[in-house]
Ligand binder design. Structure first.
Ligand SMILES: O=P(O)(O)OC[C@H]1O[C@H](O[C@H]2O[C@H](CO)[C@@H](O)[C@H](O)[C@H]2O)[C@H](O)[C@@H](O)[C@@H]1O
Length: 291
């Protein structure tokens, strides 16, 4: 019989292989951190129709009890990710944490409660200007402006171009006007897969991940993501590795193109979308459960 590592796909980098070996040797010190859309949930045209890939809850429930912690870090509101993920009251996930809005919000399965700061000023005012701004671009002839705007619980507002006739062209044309709108209201623009999100500055997935790793005293971290917003978490894992911690960077290659190629280039391990992430999580659980 081979070693536990041999049950799993091998990272391409030396640092990734060392990170995986440490995670498997000392799982009680390890955190597995996961993005939601594109990593745990397949990309779909309507954000409200996204769901955790079948097998995610079962794979996480097998893995979580073997590790220090499992955390989901997402641009979605925490409540949305918990609902779309089916994470509430899931057996085996009683210590799951979901950090929503890039870390501004936190849901703990242990309490079922969400901690969230007051809604940031500027979001409501920026959102009120969006319909007219989007209509003026002329890009929404075949799609609805209302369907393009995701309210995100009043803490951010996202503009989706996936359902326009020219998703990339519309995305490119909107970058400058949305940056100006965000600036006028003290917000920043977070670009993603055919989405431009106006949100408050001051937090990102890297800040959220580092703070969580320190909170639980982890010595190893595996982070899996698929989009530009995950690059901050990649940088955080690189910084932790520079401090001597173990780290593995996983890219879920949910869809090719869409602007997130840098993630695949920087990853230690590329897996084919949420199905590949489920297989990786299941493989980790099986390797760790072996006597
Ligand atoms: O941090 P994440 O969990 O990856 O969330 C980032 C954004 O994901 C969502 O948009 C993406 O998924 C949609 C559903 O599959 C898709 O239609 C869209 O094109 C993608 O960009 C979400 O709607 C955004 O609010 C998140 O910020």
């Amino acid at each position: 019989m081979g070693s536990p590592e041999n049950l799993l796909a091998q990272p391409v980098s030396e640092a990734g292989r060392a990170g995986l070996a440490t995670l498997l040797a000392r799982p009680a010190e390890a955190v597995v951190a996961l993005d939601f859309d594109g990593t745990l949930a397949d990309i779909v045209p309507d954000p409200e129709q996204a769901r955790a890939h079948p097998g995610v809850v079962r794979a996480l429930a097998r893995l979580a009890p073997l590790l220090r912690a499992v955390v989901v870090i997402t641009g979605r509101p925490a409540e949305t990710a918990v609902r779309l993920g089916g994470f509430a009251d899931a057996a085996g996930l009683d210590h799951l944490v979901v950090l929503g809005h890039y870390g501004a919000e936190r849901w703990d399965a242990a309490t079922g409660r969400i901690e969230a700061p007051a809604p940031p000023p500027g979001v409501a005012a920026a959102a009120a200007e969006l319909p007219a701004l989007l209509a003026d671009t002329g890009a929404w002839r075949d799609a609805s402006v209302e369907d393009a705007i995701e309210a995100k619980g009043g803490r951010a507002v996202a503009v989706h171009t996936r359902r326009t006739a020219d998703p990339q062209g519309t995305f490119d044309r909107l970058r400058a006007p949305l940056a100006a709108l965000a600036d006028r209201h003290g917000l920043i623009v977070e670009p993603g897969r055919f989405v431009l999100e106006l949100r408050p500055p001051g937090v990102d997935k890297g800040v959220a991940l580092t703070s969580y790793v320190r909170e639980v005293g982890a010595g190893a971290v595996l982070y899996a993501g698929d989009d530009l917003g995950d690059l901050a978490a990649y940088a955080a894992v690189d910084a932790l590795r520079a401090e001597g911690q173990a780290g593995v960077l996983v890219c879920s290659s949910a869809t090719v193109g869409e602007g997130a190629e840098e993630l695949a280039d920087r990853a230690d391990l590329v897996v084919p979308g949420p199905q590949g992430v489920v297989e990786l999580l299941t493989g980790l659980a099986e390797a760790l459960a072996r006597p």
